[in-house]
Ligand binder design. Structure first.
Ligand SMILES: N[C@@H](CCC(=O)N[C@@H](CS)C(=O)NCC(=O)O)C(=O)O
Length: 222
């Protein structure tokens, strides 16, 4: 059985879970608290980070982008990287935007400050970080809305890894009620379309003890 070591509110783990779901690759989820630095987990990934994917034959792959590309090359359709080179570059650019820029400017400031710090017993949220994250998320959401005014999916005509990377980060924030959807109806419509896909269902059922999700989080008609 394939296994994915993950953390429920890790955007990188969520991106892989969405791709596995979209490709209908059955995988057992194993929750890992990376900050515990469990020796058997460090043997799988010396970086000590989730997600880590272990394939049926025992091959182990760490890093969400490496895992997604491996699944793209070895797994079933649908393909989540477009066949056209320019479209593929755009999908990778936007996936990178969310995994790097959005993560640094928003996810770290909001989700990690408020949720991870408490789970790790690492003190209280830094209010300056939370304020910066709340301000930054607006710019990113407006950018998504602007892209969606001229496109079917985030990177173009085709649903791609860019949509899953973006939705993975936004879904972590949405769990905490930190996405001001009202500022961008096109961004909200795009997210609603993704949220109603079968691959999203397991994420909507996530429950972090001590941190209940906001009521609209699992509502498809939010
Ligand atoms: N580039 C990695 C980043 C993974 C990552 O930062 N994972 C975080 C959780 S979202 C983690 O495991 N952090 C544990 C730590 O740094 O101690 C990927 O794409 O998988």
């Amino acid at each position: 059985m394939r296994r994915l070591f993950h953390l429920p509110l890790s955007p990188f783990s969520r991106k892989v879970r969405l791709v596995l779901g979209e490709k209908r690759i059955e995988t057992e989820l194993v929750e890992e608290l990376p900050w515990d630095r469990r020796i058997d987990f460090l043997r799988l990934n010396p970086a000590g980070e989730v997600p880590v994917f272990v394939d049926e034959d025992g091959q182990t792959i760490a890093d969400s982008t490496a895992i997604c590309e491996y699944l793209e090359e070895t797994g079933p359709t649908p393909l989540l990287l477009p066949s056209d080179s320019i479209d593929r570059a755009e999908a990778r650019r936007l996936a990178g935007w969310f995994d790097s820029k959005f993560h640094r400017e928003v996810t770290v400031n909001l989700v990690y400050e408020r949720v991870n710090k408490r789970l790790m017993k690492a003190g209280y949220p830094d209010s300056a970080c939370v304020k910066a994250g709340a301000k930054n998320v607006k710019y990113h959401l407006e950018y998504v809305g602007w892209l969606m005014e001229g496109r079917n999916w985030l990177a173009g005509d085709q649903l791609s890894i860019a949509d899953f990377a973006a939705a993975a980060h936004l879904s972590c924030l949405d769990y905490c009620g930190d996405v001001p959807w009202e500022i961008s109806p096109p961004a909200k419509d795009w997210y609603a379309r993704l949220k109603s896909r079968p691959c999203f269902r397991p994420l909507l059922a996530d429950h972090i003890p001590g941190f209940p999700s906001k009521p609209h989080y699992s509502d498809l008609d939010f």
